[in-house]
Design a protein around this ligand. Structure first.
Ligand SMILES: [Zn+2]
Length: 498
């Protein structure tokens, strides 16, 4: 198919996204058994063909004005990344199938591979966690061979598409300067090092009896269970607390016919909340199976942030701005909502938690640990994606992660712990943007901005753009020159030292 025209490609972005998102929704909501995304990819294969990539590239080179260049760039990323996904889809399926079927032998019984992390998180004894972890690693070995094959293919494809390496492909397509972000993250690691070591060591000693330098990755989820806080986060209050929060900020949830909260209990429904923007902004599904506890609230509010972002996006925008663009933007609104669940005023008012200091401290140490973990992931991935993947990167992974986190890691997770397309950078940029957004609304509307209807109106305006603007552009509309980790870091420092 020669001369595939841009109008045809553009017209199919929305139906493709809708069909794909609906397939994910029905699977995770427990309405359908088994996932079949392959027929959808086949139906829309022309979107990810070499013809599509060159047609978009040709249009971009012809430079048809700044607005055209903006959506053309998002279209190019979508088409090229889709082409890469499509080329490794058999290998991806092979990994997913292996992971779904693998069993781990432990104390004479077999545990499904995917359930082992849950067992580890619930196991109070370090020695038994060690054994569970070691038993799981037996299955990680064959999976690494498949993952190595898959990553090698992605690295080779980057060269075939005319890029120096995978890192340059992602950086060019997404328009993100990873080197600058890496420098900011090195600075963040230096600046928060002492605070992290002291607070994390104290937390681990108290909750696992292990000092930071003797703990292992598998001790961390247990240390952050925080069951004693769960009684404040009641299952029955979950949906209602989001509704009243929205009402207080002037976003009448009952008026949003386009956002459907699906809280029906179904046997195969995923226990973790998620948001499916099936049609933006007309059909947004927020799915939850409430279990209660702090983690459930945090996740539900995170997904609620996505739902209200997509649900308030201007439907007149081209599909590229409603479905594609910079995911750091939607993630930052998700974080803004999620962090309400560790906001002192919110905890007092919404949940009646009078003594919130201990929980807030716990939540901030957890956040700092995740930030440092993602900073380390970025540093590692920049090395790995600048080169061609080989098993020696196991050691590079271990050294990078251990340097930032101080607790022990295995090198064997050097592929399993990597998401495609530098998604770690998207989270880091979202955390940074959230810190700046929160500082901007706090400055303009006060500490209790989430009870101020004017703040709600301001958010609605920011949400209306969908993902038209990248995180570094959106931050300018709230009064900053560029993405800057300062407000986020200061907030953590204040919370942990004050
Ligand atoms: Zn999210």
């Amino acid at each position: 198919m020669a001369n595939l025209d841009i109008a045809t490609i553009r017209a199919d972005v929305e139906p493709f996204q809708s069909e794909l998102t609906d397939e994910f929704y029905r699977n995770y909501a427990g309405l359908k058994e088994g996932m079949s995304t392959a027929p959808i990819y086949s139906k829309y294969a022309h979107l990810f063909s070499e013809d599509a990539i060159s047609a978009i590239k040709a249009s971009l080179d012809a430079k048809e004005g700044p607005e055209d260049i903006r959506w053309l760039k998002y279209l190019r990323t979508f088409s090229t990344m889709g082409h890469m996904d499509n080329s490794v889809k058999e290998l991806t399926d092979e990994v997913v199938t292996f992971e779904a079927r693998a069993e781990v032998e432990f104390e004479g019984k077999s545990i499904p591979y995917r359930f082992v992390p849950i067992e580890i998180r619930n196991e109070p004894e370090h020695d038994r966690r060690t054994k569970l972890f070691e038993a799981k690693l037996v299955q990680t070995e064959p999976m690494n061979e498949m993952l190595l094959d898959r990553m090698s293919t992605l690295h080779d494809l980057s060269g075939m598409l005319g890029f120096k390496n995978y890192r340059e492909l992602c950086s060019t397509l997404k328009g993100v300067d990873y080197k600058a972000l890496e420098e900011q993250m090195e600075e963040l690691l230096r600046r928060t090092e002492k605070l992290y070591v002291e607070s994390m060591d104290e937390l681990l000693m108290k909750r696992t009896g292990l000092p930071l330098t003797e703990a292992w990755t598998y001790d961390i989820p247990f240390a952050f269970k925080g069951e004693e806080f769960d009684r404040y986060f009641e299952k029955g209050e979950l949906v209602g607390s989001l509704s009243s929060t929205l009402r207080n900020i002037g976003l009448e949830p009952d008026k949003y016919d386009n956002i459907h909260i699906d809280m029906e209990e179904r046997p195969r429904k995923a226990p973790r909340a998620f948001c499916s923007p099936v049609k933006v902004p007309d059909d947004i599904r927020l799915v939850i199976m409430p279990v209660g506890g702090w983690k459930d609230f945090e996740t539900f509010f995170h997904e609620g942030g996505h739902a209200w972002h997509f649900g308030n996006t201007d439907g007149r925008l081209p599909a590229e701005y409603r479905y594609l663009g910079d995911n750091s933007v939607t993630e930052s609104f998700a974080f803004l909502f999620a962090y309400l669940t560790s906001n002192k005023l919110w905890l007092q008012e919404a949940l009646g938690m009078k003594q919130a200091d201990e929980y807030i401290r716990f939540a901030l140490i957890n956040k700092l640990m995740f930030l440092r973990r993602y900073a380390a992931k970025l540093i590692y991935e920049l090395k790995m994606h600048s080169s061609r993947i080989n098993p020696e990167f196991g050691d590079v992974y271990r050294v990078c992660l251990q340097r930032a986190l101080k607790f022990r890691h295995t090198g064997k997770h050097y592929l399993e712990d990597v998401d495609d397309g530098f998604y770690c950078a998207e989270y880091l940029r979202a955390w940074i943007l959230e810190g700046q957004l929160r500082e901007a609304v706090t400055e303009e509307f006060g500490e209790d901005w989430f009870r101020n209807k004017k703040a709600g109106a301001r958010l609605k305006e920011l949400w209306s753009y969908g993902q038209k603007f990248k995180a570094d552009e959106l931050v300018k509309t709230v009064g900053f020159v560029d993405l800057d980790p300062e407000p986020m870091v200061r907030d953590i420092e204040r919370g942990l030292t004050g």
